[in-house]
Write a protein that binds this ligand. Structure first.
Ligand SMILES: [Cu+2]
Length: 103
């Protein structure tokens, strides 16, 4: 995670692999999946462990769901497909990313 981006923006992995996001920036970010842009039957994921995108967005205003500087967030992908996600505070600045999970 950079100040306004996920690096790399697009990342490919395999079923059963765990992806780790590291916040190497000085600001707080989030890793929040777009609920309608992940494969069907895939588990929703968001830093903070929220069950929905709306819950994650609401919680951010109260200071929850952050990936603080020098910390990580990880998620294990069990369903193949494309997962789009974003950072709640920097979504408008284009801080979005994609994980491609291959069989
Ligand atoms: Cu951010």
């Amino acid at each position: 995670m950079g100040s306004q981006s996920f690096n790399p923006q697009k990342f490919e992995t395999k079923i059963g692999e765990t992806v780790v996001w590291a916040n190497t920036d000085m600001r707080r970010h989030s890793v929040t999946a777009y609920e309608n842009a992940i494969p069907k039957n895939a588990e929703y994921f968001a830093s903070g462990g929220f069950e929905s995108e709306q819950a994650a967005r609401d919680a951010w205003r109260k200071g929850h769901g952050t990936v603080d500087p020098k910390t990580t967030f990880k998620h294990t992908f069990e369903i193949p497909g494309t997962y789009s996600y974003f950072c709640v505070p920097h979504e408008m600045g284009g801080m979005t990313g994609r994980i491609i999970v291959k069989e």
